[in-house]
Each structure stands twice: as C-alpha cells, then as structure tokens.
Design a protein around this ligand. Structure first.
Ligand SMILES: [Zn+2]
Length: 270
C-alpha cells in the first residue's frame, strides 16, 4: 500500500517536473514582465493568451508587493544606469506593449490603487486610433490610448512611456533603412510630444532584436535599453553588450504557480 502511494506520488512528481521547473535554482537580476491587454477579451479572439484579466493582474501585483519586489519606472533604471540612484534590491519593471486603452482603464487604475508602477511601449501612429497593424479576422480592432491619457499617467508618476516604433513594424522583414527610421522617428516624435527623453525601446513581435544590423540601428537611434521577447531575467547591472533585455511573458492562461516560477526562476514551463 505504501509502495503504491509512493509510486503514485513519484508519478505525480514526475509529471509536475516535466511541466514546471520549480526545482531550478533561483535567479536574481532585473525582472521585466511583459503584458499586452488587461481586461475581458472581446468575443472569440484567437489571441486569448495576450489578454490577462483585471482580477488576475491585480493578484499578480499583490504577489509582487507581498514578496518584496519594488515596481520601478523606465526613468529609475535609466538613472541607475547613468550612475544615479541605485535600484532597489528586487526591482521589477511591469511593461505593456502596444499602448491599448485598457492599459489606462484597467492596468493604470489597478497599479495606482495598489501603489505600484508600470511602463507602456507606445506605437506612435496608432495613438488615438486602433491597432490597425493587426488582422481583424483574429480579433476585432482595439482602441489605443489617447495623448491625454498618456499625459495623465505620466504626470501621476505611476506609468512611464517607451517606444514600440511608428507603425508596429516587423523590423527584420522591412528594408534596414526603413527599420532605422521606425526606431529613430518614433523616439524623436514621442520626445517632442511628451516633452521628455524616451530611452527605452521594445521590438514589435520581438523581431530584429537578434539581427545585429537592426539592433545596431536601435542603439544608434540613442536608446539606452532595448527589450526583446526572449524569456528570462537579465543580470543587473546590465550592459548593452549582454544583448537586449529579456522579459517574462505573462500569458492569459497562466496560473499563479507559473507567475511565481517566472519571478523566481525566470521561466515557468519548458
Ligand atoms: Zn507589439
């Protein structure tokens, strides 16, 4: 009987380890969470994993605060990088790609309520419009942030802004000259519009992050930090020669166990 129970436990444990990597040693460094849409998805989207419910997002923010993580802004990592105030011991950058209006109505509201902070990568030409780069067959177009919302969030000190190109361009698939323009022009326009430096950039689709010519153009455009979609936790202090900053993709169907493993191991599943 004991043997049977032990056997069953071993089988369960084997199944558990095959799916999750809880047994890996912990990793320290700069944890960067990558979100897209917060709230309830419209009917029948094929891109459900990019939606995290407001309840789940609130739970995840609670987890961070309870476990000693300090949510920071782009301006905090930039200051630390330039020799200013050092980052807290367990820094976490909560980032949102694309600039959906639900980042204001849901994410900003929740972060503010809990005393946390986040950062949004904006697509300049889609501001005040919708996500036109996206195929409406897989999910209806979604409204994007307005400049008024962005300014309010910036002034609150709860959210910071970065660039995600002019048109959500797939940088590895367009001519280099155009890719360079997407990165330079969005930095310049956002800085003019918002009146402060935009030192952080995320590659749309993660595309081009590991194409040396594309990354060179990103750094030449003057970005201090470039963010990929490669899964993991980057070392801190970080330098550009270590490659683009890694991020932790928070999927809409993640359990809190996944979130915990992501925060401690940089990765939840295989
Ligand atoms: Zn994007």
């Amino acid at each position: 009987m004991t043997g049977l129970i032990a056997g069953a436990a071993a089988v369960a444990a084997a199944g558990f380890s095959a799916r999750w990597n809880w047994w890996r040693p912990g990793v320290k460094g700069l944890s960067v969470l990558m979100y897209h849409k917060i709230g309830t998805p419209p009917k029948g989207p094929n891109l459900g994993t990019l939606w995290v419910s407001s309840e789940m997002f609130a739970k995840q923010v609670d987890y961070l605060l309870k476990h000693g993580f300090t949510p920071v802004l782009f301006r905090d990592i930039v200051a630390a990088q330039r020799g200013g105030k050092a980052l807290p011991e367990k820094p976490v950058l909560i980032t949102f790609d694309d600039g959906y209006k639900n980042n204001y109505t849901q994410a900003y509201r929740i972060l503010k309520e809990k005393g946390a902070k986040g950062n949004i990568f904006l697509v300049y030409n889609t501001m005040e419009k919708n996500n036109e780069w996206h195929n409406p067959d897989t999910e209806p177009w979604l409204p994007m942030l307005s400049w008024a919302e962005v300014n309010e969030m910036l002034a609150s000190g709860v959210m910071d802004m970065g660039s995600h190109t002019m048109n959500h361009a797939n940088l590895a698939k367009i001519p280099l000259e155009k890719a360079g323009w997407e990165m330079r022009e969005s930095k310049k326009r956002l800085e003019e519009k918002l009146g402060h430096e935009i030192p952080c950039f995320a590659y749309p689709y993660g595309s081009g992050a590991f194409v040396p010519e594309v990354r060179k153009l990103a750094l030449e455009a003057g970005y201090l930090f470039d963010f990929s979609v490669r899964q993991g936790i980057s070392p801190w202090p970080w330098t550009q020669d270590m490659g683009p900053v890694k991020r932790i993709f928070v999927r809409g169907d993640d359990f809190m166990l996944d979130f915990h493993l992501n925060m401690t191991r940089g990765k939840a599943r295989f």
